[in-house]
Ligand binder design. Structure first.
Ligand code: 13P
Length: 260
């Protein structure tokens, strides 16, 4: 694969699941099954609850393979009196490379707006990390034919001037809200259509080279059984996996599907 193609990525978002012991067991099952893939071109990112990160990272730091660590969220501020918050810098300083921003669960349960996402993206880039910016429409928005409008607004308000100033590392995850945790996956055609639209937006608003190299992940009820048909579609560069990332066998099969 040429260096100018987007990196293939599979990220497992564990959400608020697993005790530290369960997390340790999950990673220790995943690593031996993934040996070949972890040496290959698919980047595998594990995104456990923040409280597990430091210990998991140090326990598995010597495996000599490319296993990356991500966080599910960070503060929009860099430091100070923000009780309960965790800064992007705290995360990157323990070896976190990727941080989710604007996951639909943060948007709907914690009132996160595109503007707040933008602030978080700035903090992550300042801290040397790579944001994974999540976008996606609700079922009502899809039924009203507003998919393109909603996603364009999420991209514009969350990202656009940042991308024009100077190149920053970032990944986009398209997660239709109606497909998250529902067992209802977007069809490969639906996913590819929206991914193509996101790439087109990057081409128009940023540059051809950013559009050509940005990884765009699909998330929403990805399972071992449907990963192949999603990952072979144009503009689908990998996946952001929720439920299926909590089972080592399913997660490994999904990473393998992305490597094919
Ligand atoms: P599910 O794979 O459980 O639908 O979750 C997707 C998701 O929200 C990943 O961030």
């Amino acid at each position: 694969m040429s260096q100018n193609n987007p990196t293939r990525i599979v990220a497992g978002n564990w959400k608020m699941n697993t005790t530290p012991e369960e997390g340790k067991k999950l990673v220790s099952e995943i690593i031996p099954m993934l040996e070949d893939e972890l040496r290959g071109h698919v980047h595998t990112i594990l995104i456990p609850p923040t409280v597990h990160l430091a210990s998991l990272k140090s326990l598995f730091s010597s495996i000599g393979m490319t296993l990356l660590w991500g966080a599910q969220d960070c503060s929009a501020h860099s430091k100070g009196a923000f009780t309960g918050e965790i800064s992007a810098e705290m995360l990157t300083s323990i070896g976190v490379s990727h941080i989710l921003v604007g996951h639909s669960e943060r948007r709907s349960y914690h009132g996160e707006t595109n503007e707040m996402c933008r602030e978080k993206i700035v903090r992550i880039v300042e801290a040397g990390g790579c944001p994974i910016y999540c976008v996606g429409e609700t079922l009502q928005e899809r039924e009203e034919g507003r998919v393109e409008k909603v996603i364009e607004q999420q991209l514009r308000e969350g990202l656009s001037d940042l991308l024009r100033e100077s190149p920053i590392p970032f990944v986009i995850a398209y997660e239709p809200v109606w497909a998250i945790g529902t067992g209802k996956t977007a069809t490969p055609q639906q996913a590819s259509e929206v991914h193509g639209m996101i790439r087109e937006w990057l081409r128009d608003q940023v540059s051809n080279s950013v559009a050509a190299t940005t990884s765009i992940l699909y998330g929403g009820s990805v399972k071992a059984e449907n990963a192949d048909e999603l990952f072979c579609m144009p503009d689908v560069d990998g996946g952001l996996i929720g439920g299926a990332s909590l089972n080592s066998r399913s997660f490994v099969d999904i990473v393998k599907a992305c490597a094919r």
